[in-house]
Design a protein around this ligand. Sequence first.
Ligand SMILES: [Zn+2]
Ligand SMILES: [Zn+2]
Length: 151
Amino acid sequence: MPKVQTARGDKAPFKFSGTTQKLFDEDLEDFTGEIKIVGEVEDAGRCYVVRGRIECTKSFTCDRCLAQATENQIHEFDEELDKAEAIDEVLDVTELLRDILLAAQPMKNLCKADCKGLCPVCGANLNEGECGCKRFIVDPRLAALEDFKLD
Ligand SMILES: [Zn+2]
Ligand SMILES: [Zn+2]
């Protein structure tokens, strides 16, 4: 539950590390191992500015080839928080950091950007080589294109 003493006109640095359970009070099972967060809170007059970076490791199943993959991620952030968020000059940044981490996740989890996926015919992982199956494309417009390529 990361909390930061707010700064007055100055910058207050912070540093947190631990599992998602420890940091966010929630088990985000994709994020294995320790998450490291360093940053600072600045009193910007109207609001507080919270900036820094989150370093974490994500373990997931590739959406295309179903292989297990891990990825080291670094997310820089720079967010404004309402002054009313601070209670007795202490800012709870738990939710802010958790939301930053989750919002930074891609829509698709891919082991690599150009993952070839699985063969729809035999199920072979096409990243490991061509299986030799004849894969036809169902969409007739694309099928016409495929015929053209084969000629
Ligand atoms: Zn993959
Ligand atoms: Zn195949």
